[in-house]
Design a protein around this ligand. Structure first.
Ligand SMILES: NC(=O)c1ccc[n+]([C@@H]2O[C@H](COP(=O)([O-])OP(=O)(O)OC[C@H]3O[C@@H](n4cnc5c(N)ncnc54)[C@H](O)[C@@H]3O)[C@@H](O)[C@H]2O)c1
Length: 433
């Protein structure tokens, strides 16, 4: 099939590259000229395991193209995906200006029947707005269908998630769009994962409900963590005990420094905002977000209890990305802590395998290292913020020699408290005695 995708960010790049890997002809359109020119030179703007090799292969096979031009790709393609950003506004509602601007461009350039697919995460009712915007911008009346096909990929395992998805959700209201979408995804459905066809509004809600449910599980455990600390219980044991219940399951039950990233925070807020827009109760969803914000802000209390006053103290940070295997720092807990540490005049040194360049753009004068041991030298406390695998079994003897004070705050619960204390460290984690 001939596919055009608007937005060469995480979702657009991964989706477009995977569709081309499956044999489709894909053009990725982005308004960011530098991004497009870099992509055309083989410079990939994000870190995602396996992505650059796959991009190269499909560019070489002449199935994948990058451009800032929108007219020709729109006119040549059968399917047009919208995968641009949907950032939050100050009140938590979703800024649809990028999505609607693409709809306008499609309307101006449409030349025959097309299927327009909303892949961006958008509030319920957006497909209708996209339809209206396209219609309004058309100079001649052409038939088209709008489809909602939310994306569930996770940064860090995005290619695997796309190629072997848990499910594919497609909201349609036309038989032809259903047939084409079914054909498009047929090669993925061979993995026996279901394609769920539903009405458009349900598909739009499914995406927000999925993310809010996952966020809710994290906040639930974070709410219980202080109780475990107070009474001397262990949140990891609690998670294991409830996760073995088939009705609950083990995933997304980790207490820690709170969720971040480009999706959970904004999607939870957007869902709450939609409920309010319809004059409905959003209490539970609001609480999910409030617990998370509190969790991020309360990390500093643990560091205080280990080192006291922070002014002039050296704090080493391991992990800046919001989760491992990505360089994404959007809404990362590290950003909240860095702000607090700077305010309290602590001296920050840090290491992350992938995210340093992104943090440098916000905090150019912090100290960054290209290995995990340098930042720890003479530090008063080591803080673990991202559970990268390489932090799981460090050389503890080396750490002890390097650190001025042997304090560790493990915000991801990657070490066992007794083992670490037996090694001579003063150790705090989340929800464990
Ligand atoms: N990142 C994720 O893990 C993830 C997962 C599932 C869903 N989503 C959703 O997918 C959407 C995209 O997210 P992302 O993380 O890929 O965003 P991103 O910020 O990484 O990329 C968006 C891209 O769209 C481009 N863009 C903006 N306006 C444009 C226009 N008019 N024409 C062409 N390009 C334009 C930007 O320049 C940018 O490169 C969002 O709605 C997000 O919520 C993201």
């Amino acid at each position: 099939m001939k596919i055009t995708i608007f937005g060469a960010g995480y979702v657009g790049l991964v989706t477009g590259t995977c569709f081309s890997e499956l044999g489709n002809d894909v053009v990725l359109v982005d308004i960011d000229e530098k991004r497009v020119s870099n992509l055309n030179k083989g410079i990939i703007p994000i870190y995602e395991p396996g992505l650059s090799e796959m991009i190269k292969r499909n560019v070489d096979e002449k199935r994948l193209f990058f451009t800032t031009d929108s007219k020709k790709p729109i006119q040549d393609s059968d399917l047009i995906f919208i995968a641009v950003g949907t950032p939050p506004k100050d009140d938590g509602s979703t800024d649809l200006s990028y999505v609607l601007s693409v709809a306008k461009t499609i309307g101006k350039n449409i030349n025959r029947y097309k299927i327009i697919v909303d892949k961006s995460t958008v509030p319920v009712g957006t497909a209708e707005k996209v339809r209206n915007e396209i219609k309004k911008s058309m100079t001649k009346d052409y038939e088209f269908d709008v489809v909602s096909n939310p994306e569930f990929l996770k940064e860090g395992s995005a290619i695997q998630d796309f190629m072997v998805p848990d499910r594919i959700v497609v909201g349609v209201n036309s038989e032809n769009a259903k047939k084409v979408m079914n054909e498009l995804y047929s090669s993925l459905a061979r993995t026996h994962k279901p394609i769920i066809f539903t009405d458009i509004k349900s598909a739009e809600i499914i995406k927000y409900a999925s993310n809010a449910m996952l966020a809710c599980r994290i906040s639930f455990m974070n709410q219980l963590a202080p109780l475990c600390e107070k009474v001397g219980a262990d949140i990891k044991e609690v998670a294991k005990g409830i996760g073995l219940d088939d009705r609950i399951g083990p995933r997304f039950l980790q207490a820690g420094v709170g969720y971040g990233g480009s999706c959970f925070p904004k999607d939870v807020q957007s869902l709450a905002s939609t409920l309010k827009e319809y004059n409905l109760n959003s209490e539970l969803i609001d609480a999910v977000e409030n617990v998370n914000q509190h969790q991020k802000e309360s990390m500093i209390d643990k560091i205080h209890s280990l080192v006291g006053e922070l002014s002039g103290k050296k704090i080493a940070l391991w992990g800046l990305a919001f989760k491992p295997k990505t360089d994404d720092i959007r809404e990362a807990p590290s950003m909240v802590l860095i702000g607090q540490l700077i305010k309290e005049k602590a001296i920050i040194s840090s290491f992350d395998p992938e995210a340093i360049e992104n943090v440098k753009k916000i905090y150019p004068s912090l100290k960054y290292s290209d290995n995990m041991y340098d930042p720890v030298k003479d530090c008063d406390c080591l803080v673990i913020l991202t559970e990268w695998d390489e932090f799981r079994s460090p050389d503890f003897e080396k750490l002890k020699k390097l650190m001025k004070q042997k304090n560790i705050f493990d915000g991801r619960n990657i070490y066992h408290p007794k083992t670490i204390r037996d090694k001579g460290f003063k150790y705090l984690s989340v929800g464990r005695k």
